[in-house]
Design a protein around this ligand. Structure first.
Ligand SMILES: [Cu+2]
Length: 319
């Protein structure tokens, strides 16, 4: 069982208009800072050399007050700060929801949990976890809340960061220019598994996205063999279904304590990006969740080997 440690996600490789705006602001600030750094360094070195002690003894001539110098070093930083302030306010407006950016947007509700993400598509009766599918070239308008503590949604290549606060919905926008998988993470310390609450945004062509949405709206496949039928029986009969929903299983969790498991087989990872979604990894996860994600709120139900096989067969739609 290999944990998926690598993440390659950088504000410096923007893949959306909003991330690019943020990137521009970063580079403008960076180059202004570099000019200041070079100027100050050169000035210090020049003075060190020019006015060094040449062994003449005594103090050099003492001067006091210089209006030109003092006005200059007050006005120049003031102008730099005003310029950066104006650019920052402009960028904030450009990367946040507005009537212009959300006119044709796709709405998705995001609920952060300790320690995973729930994505609800109001237009399609679809709920998924940790993997957000979006069509390329369209603004996605996210409404974020939290089921427990404060988390923070951040996919650096696609947009800004935004806090997910219990009882206080925040909104933000993201967009992807080209198909691909964009990684993100929780950016507000939220407890033990804060570092293991990854986001995968899967950007697809509009047609592929629509096909995905239609497939996800279907109920989970009915058991195709005896093993899967036993698996479904266990899912409903054990306490699984009090925390998890599977559409079409005959049981609906009264409250989504754990991720919706409908069409779990379609996801790339398990446990919010900790391990790849394979039947072997799923078996290990069900057998001992804490061996994979210490501290997670999925309980160890002490399942027997046959129970594990049956649950894996049902959840992964395996023979
Ligand atoms: Cu978090």
């Amino acid at each position: 069982m290999d944990r998926l440690y690598s993440t390659v996600a950088s504000v410096l490789s923007p893949a959306s208009p909003y991330a690019r705006d943020i990137g521009h602001l970063f580079w403008i600030t960076f180059w202004i800072s570099m000019v200041i750094l070079l100027f100050v360094s050169a000035f210090v070195i020049f003075n060190l050399v020019r006015f060094r002690d040449r062994g003449e003894g005594g103090l050099p001539p003492q001067t006091h007050g210089n209006t030109v110098v003092e006005v200059t070093w007050t006005v120049v930083p003031l102008v730099i700060l005003i310029v950066l302030f104006v650019l920052t306010v402009q960028t904030m407006a450009a990367v946040s929801p507005s009537t212009k950016t959300t006119a044709n947007a796709l709405n998705v509700d995001v609920v952060a949990h300790q320690w995973w993400w729930e994505f609800r598509y109001p237009d399609g009766d679809v709920v998924t976890a940790n993997e957000l599918h979006i069509p390329v070239g369209r603004t996605i308008h996210l409404t974020l809340t939290s089921a427990d503590v404060i988390h923070d949604f951040w996919v650096p290549e696609l947009g800004r960061k935004m806090d997910a606060v219990p009882g206080h919905p925040n909104t933000m926008i993201i967009q992807a220019d080209r198909p691909g998988t964009y990684l993100g993470t929780c950016a507000e310390y939220c407890g033990t598994d804060h570092a293991w609450m990854r986001i995968r945004v899967v950007a697809q062509t509009p047609d592929a996205y629509q096909a995905w949405l239609t497939a996800q709206a279907q109920p989970h496949a009915q058991p195709a063999n005896a093993k899967q039928a036993i698996g479904r029986g266990l899912f409903v009969g054990l306490t699984c279904s009090s925390c998890h929903t599977i559409k079409g299983s005959g049981a609906t969790a009264s409250k989504d304590v754990g991720p919706d498991l409908t069409h779990l087989a379609d996801r790339d990872t398990l446990a919010a990006g900790v391990i790849a979604n394979t039947p072997e990894n799923l078996r290990q996860w069900l057998a001992d969740p804490n061996s994979i994600k210490p501290g997670s709120y999925m309980p160890d139900l002490h399942l027997s080997s046959q129970q594990l096989d049956a649950l894996v067969a049902y959840l992964e739609e395996q023979p």
